[in-house]
Design a binder for this molecule. Structure first.
Ligand SMILES: C[S@@+](CC[C@H](N)C(=O)[O-])C[C@H]1O[C@@H](n2cnc3c(N)ncnc32)[C@H](O)[C@@H]1O
Length: 234
């Protein structure tokens, strides 16, 4: 028993040591710095799983939310697979009503989301939503904007993800899913998914074209930023 407690202590000690706080600035690098500029602090833990790290797709999507802030102000926003939640936190900062979600079974990720909201003094709703699962709270959600950064990375999850996304898009007419993903397999994958789920995908911007150089210099890969809606023509 004692040995087990020791091991727990060692494990959580290691985990604490690997926790860092990163700072993400918005509006500071613009030529005429706006008085709306702010920073978001994120607790990350590189030893933990995917949801405890700010992935490049999240940096790109968060910057997009900041630059399009007038579109986000006053909107109901839900982030799927939010992990460290940078895009959702930026949306909250610019005046959206935000719900952050991640896999219901990833308790430490959901707990970290609570901590980063507290750290940044932001009041977001936090919920477990596992893609493709139908827990009761999902039926009450009517976000006009759904965000997802780097949620298209494991093909075994695509059907579950798009079941949830399509349900949410149908639940709120006129809603959009704005997502960033690494384009590793050309455009065929997204085209296939759009046809399969009767969705329409529109490229928004070239990810590297609107990022401040201080941020784009740290990014690698081919990151796509797209908006997905129901395809009324199909
Ligand atoms: C690559 S990480 C991206 C995290 C964050 N959006 C970012 O870009 O920094 C993928 C995220 O999806 C979440 N996730 C994976 N499978 C999921 C599922 N089946 N249901 C809900 N969330 C899931 C993970 O917990 C993780 O937070």
């Amino acid at each position: 028993m004692e040995e087990e407690a020791d091991n727990d202590e060692k494990r959580s000690g290691t985990s604490r040591q690997m926790t860092t706080i990163s700072q993400h600035d918005f509006g500071f690098s613009e030529s005429a710095q706006t008085n709306e500029a702010f920073s978001i602090s994120i607790m990350e833990n590189i030893e933990e799983e995917y949801g405890m790290f700010v992935w490049p797709c999240s940096t790109v999507l968060a910057e997009y939310v900041w630059q399009q802030r007038s579109f986000f102000t006053g909107k109901s926003v839900l982030e799927l697979g939010a992990g460290t939640s940078l895009p959702g936190l930026v949306a909250a900062k610019v005046g959206s009503n935000v719900t952050l979600t991640d896999d219901s079974s990833r308790v430490e990720v959901l707990e970290n989301m609570r901590r980063v909201c507290h750290l940044n003094k932001l009041n977001c709703k936090i919920m477990g939503i596992t893609w493709g699962e139908w827990d009761l709270p999902i039926f009450d959600l009517q976000p006009s904007i759904i965000l997802g950064a780097d949620v298209l990375y494991d093909s075994k999850d695509f059907d579950n993800l798009f079941t949830t996304v399509t349900f949410l898009l149908q639940n709120t007419p006129g809603s959009v899913f704005i997502t960033t993903y690494h384009n590793r397999s050309g455009h065929h994958l997204i085209e296939y998914l759009m046809v399969k789920w009767s969705l329409k995908c529109t490229k928004l911007l070239d990810a590297f074209s609107f990022m401040p150089s201080s941020k784009s210099s740290t990014l690698t890969g081919n990151i796509q930023l797209v908006e997905i809606t129901l395809d009324d023509q199909q």
